[in-house]
Write a protein that binds this ligand. Structure first.
Ligand SMILES: [Zn+2]
Length: 378
């Protein structure tokens, strides 16, 4: 089977949305109908615009890293135009990001680069299309294949599942309980409230949000030149998805990674992610020698220590899964024999929200993907 093919059946999970699906499957909280009581609120205070270099700005989300996240963005302001990297999970959010851009420049947006096809990076595209009639959308060719097909299925399942998930969170907050029926911590309360605001905002426009497909696709590389600036768009290999691209500004020493790099825990999707190949993709990313790394989610990273930690984690998972398969273990047996506790401590310590994220975004899906990759090798 071609592992890059984006139409493989199974439990398709959609990046930030997938934890919700995981929760709905594995946490047996009684379902309730969606609450319509909460109103979507402005998210302008939820991001910060940081200048990275002359004409280059990162839009960094500052909500606590929780179960729902929205994408970082980057503005590259050139002599005559602007290039934006990634849109957001809802047009309402992207309108606020565009308003922030407008405070910096009145130049038109010429290109929007979508680092991959997940909704939290692409759903606000329509805002740029409506504001700039000549704008082009650049993404990997697999994104063009995925979005109208499996992407539409995943979006529908998110829109159907998220209200129930939000209702469960509200119930837990009301009862001072967490997902596992233990007392809720202050960190969990803050995070869940923040998650709920984002879910409400996404759902408020959910059914109406349009899919804007890439108008330019790349397979390996596309380089744009703007005055003295070089904007090198690269597919360095698969990792988070087979459609991952990074945006490299070699003169500024900046690389924008999308969800190839996510802080504080990597986002692994089963079956969309590629554990074995992710390690070599991260290695190629390190070869670019960036002094600033803008991850898909999380703060700007100023060295490659986090890339190394991610690579160590995935190498370990790959090796352990191969050993488990060679011992003849089932996936369930492998889950018992492989411990990622020491890695979890390195990524998130003992934070309850961090433990939940690491379990849901790493342990669950990464072991399944690595086990399958190891089985296919034999
Ligand atoms: Zn993603």
């Amino acid at each position: 089977m071609n592992s890059r093919k984006q139409t493989r059946p199974g439990i398709w999970l959609n990046c930030v949305w997938f934890l919700i699906v995981v929760m709905l499957i594995f946490v047996s909280v009684p379902g309730r109908s969606a609450s319509q009581s909460a109103k979507a609120q402005s998210v302008a205070a939820d991001f910060e615009v940081q200048k990275l270099a002359e004409g280059v700005y990162a839009v960094i989300r500052n909500k606590p890293p929780g179960l729902m996240v929205d994408a970082n963005n980057v503005f590259i302001i050139n002599d005559d135009d602007v290039i934006v990297v990634d849109s957001n999970g809802a047009p309402a959010i992207t309108r606020e990001v565009l308003a922030a851009l407008r405070k910096l420049t009145s130049k038109p947006v010429r290109y929007v680069i979508n680092t991959h096809y997940h909704d939290d990076h692409i759903r606000g595209n329509q805002v740029y299309r409506d504001a700039f009639p000549t704008v082009e959308f650049i993404a990997h060719e697999f994104a063009h294949e995925y979005l109208p097909d499996q992407g539409a299925v995943n979006r529908k399942s998110f829109l159907e599942g998220a209200p129930r998930f939000a209702e469960q969170m509200r119930e837990m907050l009301g009862k001072n309980k967490n997902f596992f029926d233990a007392g809720i911590t202050e960190e969990e309360r803050t995070t869940f409230n923040s998650d709920l605001r984002l879910i409400d905002l996404v759902l408020s426009e959910g059914a109406q949000a349009q899919t804007v497909l890439p108008t330019v696709t790349i397979k390996d590389r596309l380089t744009l030149y703007r005055g003295n600036r070089i904007i090198d768009i690269r597919h360095l290999g698969s990792g988070h998805t087979a459609a991952d691209i990074v945006v490299h500004l070699p003169k500024e020493g900046i690389v924008v990674t999308g969800d190839l790099v996510v802080w504080p825990v990597p986002l692994v999707g089963d079956p969309q992610s590629h554990i074995g190949e992710w390690v070599s993709t991260l290695e190629r990313l390190s070869y670019l020698r960036p002094s600033m790394i803008v991850p898909g989610h999380g703060p700007v990273l100023r060295d490659d220590s986090y890339l190394k930690l991610m690579a160590e984690l995935f190498t370990y998972i790959k090796q352990q899964a191969e050993a488990a398969v060679s011992r003849g273990e089932s996936l369930e047996q492998a889950r018992k024999s492989i411990s990622l506790v020491e890695f979890r401590k390195k990524f998130v310590g003992e934070s309850p929200v961090g433990r939940l994220s690491f379990g849901s975004y790493v342990v669950g899906p990464a072991l399944a993907v690595a086990y399958r990759e190891a089985s296919m090798k034999r």
